[in-house]
Design a protein around this ligand. Structure first.
Ligand SMILES: C[S@@+](CC[C@H](N)C(=O)[O-])C[C@H]1O[C@@H](n2cnc3c(N)ncnc32)[C@H](O)[C@@H]1O
Length: 331
């Protein structure tokens, strides 16, 4: 599409994405919530995940868990049941952009802004951002036919794209270049896409800074991710609606998501004062927490044990959820 096309609904991808997910009529404000459109580990096997996270919390001596980007509280409800059943005293809180969901257990606290996190609640807590950073909008660049990087604009209602010169948005382009030089291998191939992860780093930095208002806080980020060795040359932007992968159209009817540059996020946390305790795959992290996808030796094989095994296997599948990154940091 010609960059001088006189369309009225063209926006930079970052801005259109932000509005489509978090604006007044944004996708994540829809009543059905994320679970109505895609399946995260918290939907696939909440009980297995809750037990593993309780173990992680125990290993790090945590007194509470704060789930940031908590969806409709699916993981928190499972954590509440697991904590009750094992007699584990654990304060549970969620942070989301929507009001407290109806089905949330009364013991669980709920906030609508990170600013509401108090130092007392943060102290000793495990702060979790589960599949949250992939929804934070990136700035998107694409190399034109001559190999020159341009900003990508999108037409809100069709998803059509066009390239505009970086000079048209000087400040944003400056931020994008500052991020991509150390983080994304640059070549001159026409058509190459770059998903600038600076806004994700900034959200993580803010979480670390907020956490530092308390004492002894551990933060866990879990997401589909890439690092210097595995950046996607054509980007990873995708849409999800009603359980299906769909073209990413920023009209508020589908999720818009892209993989997370997890090494850069880790660096942003460290620059804000956090120490990295672990950066590994979900498969390795969950196996270390006792999620093996195997029958417990000596235990009887029952329909329930087989069903649990299959859900454990889904969480640690090396080609699926098991390939997600787990970043654990401490402040
Ligand atoms: C992909 S969903 C994942 C939900 C849940 N964690 C799960 O794994 O099922 C991402 C969620 O993060 C929330 N989110 C994104 N940025 C947020 C922010 N700054 N504060 C609170 N919630 C946020 C969105 O509203 C959305 O519900």
């Amino acid at each position: 599409v010609d960059a001088r096309d006189a369309g009225s609904a063209w926006q930079l991808w970052h801005d259109a994405w932000m509005d489509a997910l978090f604006g007044d009529a944004g996708f994540f404000r829809r009543p059905e919530g994320p679970a109505g459109h895609f399946r995260t580990a918290a939907h696939a096997a909440p009980d297995v995940l809750a037990q593993a996270l309780l173990r992680l919390a125990g290993e790090h001596g945590r007194t509470g868990i704060i789930d940031v980007g908590a969806g409709r509280g699916e993981l928190l409800n499972a954590l509440q049941v697991a904590a009750r059943d094992t007699g584990t005293p654990l304060a549970l809180h969620g942070v989301e952009i929507v009001e407290r969901p109806d089905g949330l257990a009364p013991e669980i606290g709920w906030w609508q802004s990170l600013d509401d996190l108090s130092p007392e609640t943060l102290t000793g807590a495990l702060v979790i951002a589960w599949e949250m950073l992939d929804t934070v909008p990136c700035i998107i660049l694409e190399h034109d036919d001559t190999g020159v990087p341009r900003l990508v604009e999108v037409e809100r209602h069709s998803g059509r794209e066009r390239l505009v010169p970086m000079e048209d948005h000087v400040d944003l382009s400056f931020d994008a270049i500052l991020w991509l030089v150390p983080n994304w291998p640059v070549d001159n191939d026409p058509g190459r896409r770059i998903e600038v992860g600076g806004p994700r780093d900034e959200v993580w930095r803010q979480l670390v800074v907020a956490a530092a208002a308390g004492r002894d806080v551990v933060l866990l980020c879990v997401d589909y991710a890439h690092d210097q060795e595995s950046r996607p040359p054509n980007g990873s932007l995708a849409g999800y609606r009603g359980g299906r992968l769909v073209p990413p159209v920023p009209d508020g009817t589908c999720d818009i998501t892209a993989h997370v540059a997890i090494d850069s996020v880790a660096g942003a946390g460290e620059a804000a004062g956090a120490k990295t305790l672990m950066l590994t795959t979900q498969r390795e992290a969950l196996r270390a927490l006792g999620v093996t996808g195997r029958q417990v030796p000596g235990a009887p094989v029952t329909a329930a044990s087989l069903e649990r095994m299959s859900r454990e296997a889904e969480l640690i599948d090396p080609h699926g959820l098991g390939s997600f990154a787990w970043l654990l940091q401490k402040v």
